[in-house]
Design a protein around this ligand. Structure first.
Ligand code: SF4
Length: 90
């Protein structure tokens, strides 16, 4: 079973509001490292070369916060109780 197969077994309950928000003034160059660092692949580059982010599917690992520090985010918290990821394999 590969990583994507394992990730597909997780259950994710979204919140009404995002639990991680990238700051408007975050440096794109700093965010580019997250293209490969986020294990869920939630940071993506669009056709304009800008980094986009969708918090749905977050594994709550904290890697992005450690790699980019808090300045890159206007909000970073764990999802509310009952929301977020539920691991079902490994
Ligand atoms: Fe990705 Fe982990 Fe950050 Fe969630 S906490 S967005 S899974 S790096």
């Amino acid at each position: 079973m590969n990583l994507n197969d394992k990730l597909a077994k997780n259950h994710y309950q979204p919140e009404n509001t995002a639990h991680i928000v990238v700051a408007g003034n975050a440096q794109q160059s700093a965010l580019k490292i997250l293209l490969n660092a986020c294990p869920a692949g939630l940071y993506r580059m669009n056709e304009a070369g800008e980094i986009t982010f969708d918090p749905n599917g977050c594994l709550e690992c904290g890697t992005c916060r450690i790699v980019c520090c808090d300045e890159a985010f206007s909000l970073w918290r764990y999802p509310a109780a009952g929301c977020g990821v539920t691991f079902r394999f490994g």
